[in-house]
Ligand binder design. Structure first.
Ligand SMILES: NC(=O)c1ccc[n+]([C@@H]2O[C@H](COP(=O)([O-])OP(=O)(O)OC[C@H]3O[C@@H](n4cnc5c(N)ncnc54)[C@H](O)[C@@H]3O)[C@@H](O)[C@H]2O)c1
Length: 240
């Protein structure tokens, strides 16, 4: 029987990759995004709902519109730069509101609707483990997501609901392209810091999201799975 899968941030990037992966499996997909035009451009079988995930009432309203939900993927997020000293309060509030609150309140809205066997996959980042310079609020938020994933996995295991995170390295999405433009780097240059020598495609991350959401991962909960091309496996020692 096809499942109903809700994907936040489903209009672009990793979320869109997840939408396409679940569609390919024959699932019914509901994409939540603040980008109405991006939602309209998705395949016609996708149910799009315009929602800003920083708006907890809007998330609750979206959940009420759906009769059935089997799995939730939280992919909506924003990348903002700054150290703890120079991050303005409004940027801090945006990053925490979207990247942390947007996951917390999506889970609050949808987990009560998940059946036994239901699944949540949260898109965190390698920046939950290690930081590049100038991403203080973003890193903090991604670290918070891994703690939230473990807490939710423990709280809802008794209901038969599994909760996991994926931690991507760099992925070729509109977000990465705008970061690359900001720093004057190409996607190819960005990929060189990964031992596999390239960035990921959204589809490669979506494949892991899909696996974690299926009964094939029935004994996996509270996990954070790196999809990073080896980025966090290496130490940056340059031999003389
Ligand atoms: N691209 C990467 O290299 C990378 C690496 C690690 C983690 N991530 C994480 O993966 C997730 C997806 O990133 P991406 O690269 O696909 O980004 P993206 O910007 O390419 O796409 C994000 C999507 O989320 C939507 N979105 C953003 N804020 C929203 C909000 N407040 N409400 C509703 N929708 C919103 C956007 O409209 C867009 O459709 C993010 O959580 C990001 O932090 C990305």
């Amino acid at each position: 029987m096809p499942r109903t899968v809700v994907v936040t941030g489903g209009a672009a990037g990793i979320g869109r990759g997840a939408v396409e992966r679940f569609l390919a499996a024959g699932d019914h997909v509901v994409a939540l995004d603040r980008d109405a035009a991006g939602l309209a451009a998705l395949p016609a079988s996708v149910q799009g709902i315009v929602v800003d995930v920083a708006d907890r009432a809007a998330l609750a309203g979206a959940a009420e519109q759906l009769d059935r939900v089997d799995a939730l993927v939280c992919a909506a997020g924003v990348q903002r730069y700054g150290t703890v000293v120079d991050t303005p309060e409004d940027v801090y509030d945006e990053v925490m509101g979207v990247n942390v609150g947007g996951v917390f309140f999506a889970c609050q809205a949808f987990i009560p609707r998940l059946p036994k066997g239901g699944s949540v996959v949260v898109v965190a980042s390698v920046q939950a483990y290690a930081a590049q310079r100038g991403v203080a609020a973003y890193s903090m938020g991604k670290g918070a997501l891994l703690s939230l994933v473990r807490a939710m996995a423990v709280d809802h295991a008794g209901d038969g609901v599994r909760v996991n995170a994926v931690c991507p390295g760099s992925v070729d999405t509109p977000m990465l392209r705008s970061s690359a433009e900001l720093f004057g780097a190409s996607i190819e240059e960005w990929g060189r810091s990964h031992p596999l020598g390239r960035v990921a495609t959204a589809g490669e991350v979506a494949e892991v999201i899909y696996f974690l959401s299926t009964p094939a991962a029935a004994f996996v909960t509270g996990a954070d799975v790196k999809v990073d091309g080896g980025l966090t496996a290496q130490i940056p020692v340059v031999l003389p």
